[in-house]
Each structure stands twice: as structure tokens, then as C-alpha cells.
Design a protein around this ligand. Sequence first.
Ligand code: FAD
Length: 510
Amino acid sequence: MTDTAPQPTRPPREGPPPGGPGPTDVLIIGGGPAALALAAELCARQLSVRVVAPHAPTPFRPTYGAWLDALPAWAQACAAQVWTDVRVYTGPKPTPLLRPYALLDNARLLRALLERAGEGLHWTLGTVRTVDVDARGPGGAAVVHGAGGERWPARVVVDASGHGAVVNPLQFPGGPAFQTAFGLVARFRRPPIAPGAMVWMDYRGPAHPPRLPTFLYAMHLGGDRYFVEETSLIARPAPDRGFLERRLRARLEEAGTPPHQTESSEWVAFPMNAAAPAPGPVLAFGAAAGLVHPISGFQVSGALQDAPVVAQALAQALASGTDAAQAGWDALWPPERRAARDLHLLGVRALLALPGDALPAFFQSFFRLGAPQWQAFLDPRTPTGPLARTMLQVFAGAPWSVRRPLAAAGVADAGVSVRALSAAMKRPSPPSHLSPAAARHPGAMTRSMDAQHDDATLQREDLDQTETVEEGMQGSTGSTDANGLDPQADQQEKFQELRDNLAPLAGQQE
Ligand SMILES: Cc1cc2nc3c(=O)[nH]c(=O)nc-3n(C[C@H](O)[C@H](O)[C@H](O)COP(=O)(O)OP(=O)(O)OC[C@H]3O[C@@H](n4cnc5c(N)ncnc54)[C@H](O)[C@@H]3O)c2cc1C
């Protein structure tokens, strides 16, 4: 093995893969968060794992955010920052989301994943070209072919090569619809958002043609540093980088908060509407399996949660000599999840059908739901029942300008709509896709996901999120550190900052 690039962390094992000269148990294509999450869980189950990626272990480049409670406990410790003041603007006033949001420290996440994988992980530099599942390499294994003529035998192959899905291209009903965004990390003389806050979605200004709505996604990074990103949630065709950069700069100028020193920029573009892949001899995982959430664009926290379940299924199948790729697919795509995926894609079609200026009203109705409802909707594993009930509630709460195109999208996909309606009327059934063993495994999801979501959705009291907090922080001067996990942070100052930001919510006057 020849790992040559700079390695910021303990390098994975060199030399022949564990288990001797025979095939590796599992070969994973890719070195992104999905690949390494699965690799770590497979190694924890004593399997030999070869990761093939064109780069050495390197901290992931994108800015990864996630709801804190959607991350496994060990990954929560990889948060660079956590915000409790999380806001959405669908009109002039913000709505507090009352759900902590985390920015991941990618170097720490990579380190944690490699530590969890330990000695069982073998990292190979290479670019996979094809997989020959009928090659019958040593031990009856599939043979993975590299661009440099390499041949890597493996008992089971997982494609975690990202949105490009090197083995089985993803299918996008109606053509791919993209999320695109342009972001900056910069220093500001005047804060572009409330100090100490995270803005999940701000649909206000700048003055722009409403047909192509974009929103600001922003985080206070501490001191005078902010991450600001102009985002198009989903569009076909999607706005390009130049458009979004101009709009971001116009927004900041209009608010009187232009950046004065830019540290870095980020361009985001990935498809959001992949259909669930069919089962096959190579298991797809992560973005390569279309597992990006079709409404939020999130995938990383979902991959961290899925990894133990899939690893357990692969380990059991390999131990019993049954079809491991099929077992992994069954674990990843139980019927409930596939049905939920269809429903999500119906939601995507509805969003794409909405006139641009109706999107803020749609999300106003969405976030007017109780926290359990909208949180369940954004969770990749929420089953069709609560999902459909949430969609109906959004529909019922939306103005006619929004309802009409939503109804048209529903009628256009009558089969999915009827199934969704009947799921919405049913009581939840117990989950079928988590084996007790998987649920018991350390690091595995230790709860029945469907039932948990339904319970949360049906039984928890709604938090009052319809109240708005007063605007007034924008343009003020802030110099506090928003890093709740930083031991250097002044906790009292942070609490005061949070109290100030939320005071109007609690009915206190400043
Ligand atoms: C800029 C940006 C920001 C994003 N922000 C978020 C966010 O905040 N939260 C969130 O949940 N999601 C986010 N996403 C969406 C999505 O979750 C990410 O794209 C995520 O990186 C997908 O993880 P992955 O491991 O499946 O694929 P990737 O991270 O794309 O990793 C793919 C891996 O496969 C390797 N590879 C590709 N082709 C081959 C080949 N032929 N042979 C071998 N290796 C190969 C690549 O080098 C890479 O190592 C963002 C996406 C982008 C682009």
C-alpha cells in the first residue's frame, strides 16, 4: 500500500489486508464520511475492510452541519460548534427552531472514524473503474478493478463513491434536481446575523426576482467571523455559482453588512431527488445510494446512523454465507423506507412545482407545525404514516396559492398520493427492519426508529414555535464566541447572549 499524501491523523494500517492473502471481507469504494462510517462499523465487527479512494485520509472538505440530536453520541463530540439559537425567517420575523444545530469539525470526525475502525481498516490509494462480480477471484470473491490496472478481490463490494455513484448510476425521476449554494467564511465589521445565532433559512431579501428564490444559511463562528451561504434548496435547472455569489453579496450589501475580509469560499452542488436504488450485487451506501434527504439535502448524520445497521446485516450474511449485498440492501431499504422515499420524491415534485414566491409561505406552514412533526419530516427514517400526516398538515395550513400547486403535484402522482393517504389514516406498525442483534450492538440504534418517530409525532406536546423573536440583532456589533463546546468560551457571556436573543420570545422586554 502506498499512502503518500499528508496524513493529518493516525494512518490506517499498511501492508496486506488483515485475514491473509485471500480477499478482503468488504471493499468500500470511497473515502468520504459514508464510506468511513460503514468501514468503522464493519471493523468493529471484526471484518477486514479495504477502503479504495484516490486520496489519503484527509479531512472532508464540505462544511457539514447536522441537527445535534441526529448525530450518534460519539459524533456529537466531533462538533466544532453547537448553536441553541437556531432561526428560520419565512417573513420579516424569525421563528426559533428550538433544536440545537451542530457544525462538524471534519478533522475531528475523520480522526474519530479512523480510531473507531482501528487495525481492521486497510486504506488503498486508487480509483475504481469497474467491479466484476462474476470474476470469481480467490475464495469466490468479486474483483474490483482500479484505473491503474489493480485488481482487488473482496467478498462483498460497497459503492460509497458519492453523488457520482461509480458502479450503478443513480436514477432521478424527471431528471436531477440540484441543491446549489455559494458560501463564504469571512470577517464582518457588522454582524450579518444575530451574534451567537445560527440561521437555518432566511428567505428575506435581497430584492430579487421571486421566481427563483434563494435563502441565507448562516452561522456565527465566534468573534467577527461568520459563515454565510446563499442557497437554492432545490431547483431544475439550478442557479449557478455566479448567480448565487452575486445574490449573496447583494444581500449582505443591502443589509449594510458586507464582509471585510474573506477567508474561504465554498461551492455546493449535488442532486437531491434520487430514487431508491434497486438491489444488486454491489451495495450502494451514502450519497451513492441516493441517501441525501430530498428536502433538506442532509446525508452525513443519516449515514452515521445507518452504518451500524448495514454493517450488522453484512456481518451476519458473511458469517452465514448468504448474499451479503442483498442483506445490506434489505437493512438499508426496508419497504417502509422505500415507501417513505416515494413520498419524499412526491414532496420534491411538489416543491419544484411551487412558484418561487410561494416557497417562504410553504416553509411558514411547515415550521408552524409542532417541533416533533417537522423534525420527523426531516428525519430520513420516518415512516410513511407520520410523514403523510405531516404533509397533510402543511397542506392544510398553507395559503391557497401554495395549496393549488401542491394538490396538482399530488394528483399527477395519484398512486403515491393514495398510498400516502391510506398510510396517514393507519396506526403505525412495529418496525421490521432492525434485527434485535443490530439494535443491541454498541453504537447501533438502540431504539425502534419507526415507533420512536411515530410516538414523538403523535404523542409529544407541540412546542410553541409559532411565536416570533424580534428582529434587532442584525447590524449590531458582536464579539462573542458562539462555540458552546470550546472550553475557552465564557459560558456566562454565552448564556447572557442567548437570553438576550430569546428575550422577546419569553415576553421580556430589553
Ligand atoms: C459543499 C457541500 C456541502 C454539503 N453540506 C452538507 C451538510 O451540511 N450536511 C449534510 O448532511 N450533507 C451535506 N452535503 C451533502 C452530502 O451529504 C455530502 O455530499 C457528503 O459528502 C456525501 O458523503 P459520501 O461519503 O456519501 O460521499 P463523498 O463525501 O462525496 O465521498 C465520496 C468519496 O468517494 C471517492 N471516489 C469517487 N469516485 C471514486 C472512484 N472511482 N474510486 C474510488 N473512490 C472514489 C471520493 O474521492 C470520496 O472520497 C454537502 C455537499 C456538498 C457538496
